[in-house]
Every structure is written in C-alpha cells, then in structure tokens.
Design a protein around this ligand. Sequence first.
Ligand SMILES: Cc1ncc(COP(=O)(O)O)c(C=O)c1O
Length: 394
Amino acid sequence: MRDATGFLREEYEDIVEKGFDWKLRRLEGPSTPVCTVDGKEVIMLCSNNYLSLSNHPKLREAAKKAIDSHGAGSGSVRAIAGNMDLHEEAEDRVARFKGTEASLIYQTGFAANAGLIPQLCGKGDIFISDELNHGSIIDGVRLSKADRAVYAHNDMAECEKVVKEVSEKDYRRILILTDGVFSMDGDVAHMDRIVEIAKQYGAMTYVDDAHGEGVIGPDGRGIGAHFGITGEIDVEMGTFSKAFGVVGGLVAGSEDLKKFAYNKSRTWLLSGSHPPAVAAAQIAAIDVLETEPEHVRRLWENTNYFKKEIQGMGYDTGDSTTPITPVICGESHKAKELSTRLYDEGIFGLPIVFPMVARDKARIRTMMNAGLTREHLDKALGAFESIGKDLKII
Ligand SMILES: Cc1ncc(COP(=O)(O)O)c(C=O)c1O
C-alpha cells in the first residue's frame, strides 16, 4: 500500500540533516529597534522595518480608525465587491509619491511578481534576468511560457550583449528584470544603464524595488528617483512590507500598465483585498514619508556609521552601498556561531548560509533601522568585534 503522506516527515528530516531547516524565532510584542525575541531583549539587526514605521503612532492610529469606520475585512476580491475607497486612495497616494501616472496595490510583493510577470511575456517572448534576482521574480518567470536568459550579476556589458543578441532574433517582446537593491548583498542595480539598453533595443524594464522603496532616492522615493529617471522604468514594483512597515505589493507606472495588470493578474483578481486597517496604514506610511524626512535621514546616518565601523574592524561587507550590510564570515558554521553568540549578547542578527549564498560567503545579513541610537550601534559593533576576533573571522 502506498504511504500517501510519509514524504512529509522524510523530506523534513532530510532538510534538518542538511542543516537547511528554519528554526523560527518568536517576536513577543511589536517590531521595534529594541524588542523581545524568545523572551530576551535584543537590538534588532535583521528586520526589514528599516524606518521603524510598523509601530509609528500615525500608522497605528490610522489602522484603528479604519476598523471603526470600515470594519475588519473587505468582504471580497477587489474585482467583485471588495474595492474600497481606502484601496483607491492608497493607490493614488503611491502614484503621487512615486511620480508616476498610476499605481496598483497587490496583496503582497510576492503576489505582484507572481501575478504580473507571467502576463507581460508569454510564448514568443523572452525574459532577461539578473542571476541574483529574488525568488518571487524567478517564480513569476517560471509561470510563463516565454524563453529566458540570465546575465551575470549587475554586469551591464553582459546584459547589453544578451539584449542585443535576442533583439536580432524574432522575439515579440523582451523584458529585462532586475532587483533594485539586491536583498542578500545590499548592492544597487545600474538602473540608469538598464533603461538605456532597453531603449536602444526596444525592450521593457521591470524593477523589484522591495528594498529600495522608502530607502533610496530623495525621501525614499525609490530607484527611479535615485537615478533621476522617474517615469522611465516601465514597471516599478515594490512592497509595503519593508520600509513602509505594513504589508502589500505595489506596482507604479502608466495608466495602461495599471489597467492591463489588474485585468490580467490572477493573484490580484482571485484573492481577497486588504483589510481596511492595512489600506489605511499604507496611506499613513506614505504620509509619514512625505512629511517626516527625518526617518530616511536617520536610517542613512546609522547605515553609514555602522558600515564604516564594521569595515574598519576588517569585516568583508561585499559591494553593499545600502542599509543591507552583509557581514561576511566564510563557512556556514562561523556565521551560525557568530549569530548565536551575538544573540547571547543581546544582538539579533540571523545567519544566511548555503544554499541561499555561496558556501564560502556565509554571512550575518544586517539590516539597519532608523530608530537605533548610537549607543545601540556601539553595543552591537563591540560584540561583532570581540566575537569576530574570537572566531578568527577578523
Ligand atoms: C526583493 C524582494 N522582492 C519581493 C519580496 C516579497 O515582498 P512581500 O513581502 O511584499 O511579499 C521580497 C521580500 O522578501 C524581496 O526581498
């Protein structure tokens, strides 16, 4: 007799044996710069809540008020009966913030990539993708029948070579896909160059700016504003789940893009819309970014200080130029040991190991937070220095 579900345990045990299983840490209370994880007070160095907005009073207040005025849920997908005034207001605010004609909000950033990318290219078309693009882009590509080509990470000469080659073939559409800020390394795509290449060869451009929204560009307006090419990227995709402190995927671009996207993305059409509290908190997050520039400023002050000090100790931080600073340790066991000992000292930084990164590039991926004080940073830096020396990483 076939064992219908035995694989569940077998495969899980295999993951554990290889050391690839996730051991979930529990956050007790809000995500704050200093918070409680598994009963211990820690300095948070691995949250995507870059600007500490998830606990900002204006977001909390807006969410509470929306429950009173609009209820706990939306009751439907947006295409049927779940399109509330709050959802439309949030989209208008995103478009204004991003300087684009229109915007569309999906349930998550993952849903935006998985829903929209396979609609942009199909049979007879081709995707051209950076080799380090996020898994949600990769899954979006996999859902399409289009051909695909990959260029070496951030290598613009190779990107151009591939685009030129495919432009001479008989493809109907060509779409260049890239992360804006790369999530494991904290380096930034050469978006200005990508747009030039695309224009030269008649390709479309799509950037996943999940780690750039609220972080790079003037007042955190993202990668288009960062390079002074607002409105020139065909699809700027981002998320509310990181610097904006809420949840939700966003797509900013033309009115044509918006109408195309919501009529064709199955993840948007066939999934319930955000609860009112979420939409109201999204609007409040944009309000905060437009009126309180100090959060982005502090994020960068903290980032620059931390990066300079940690590099000064002799740590390798790769090509990072953003608040994602990988502290590279070498082999997996070193990164794991460093993370455990940092936690003992009250510093929360998770290890990222093979297969997520190369075997000899295991790291603590630190993510900076605008709400951390110089004292917090010095405490964290002191621990990185003493434990790093002890483990002979530096
Ligand atoms: C680069 C990138 N794209 C997309 C996503 C997915 O965003 P969301 O959390 O909104 O689903 C993430 C989050 O992990 C990400 O890092």
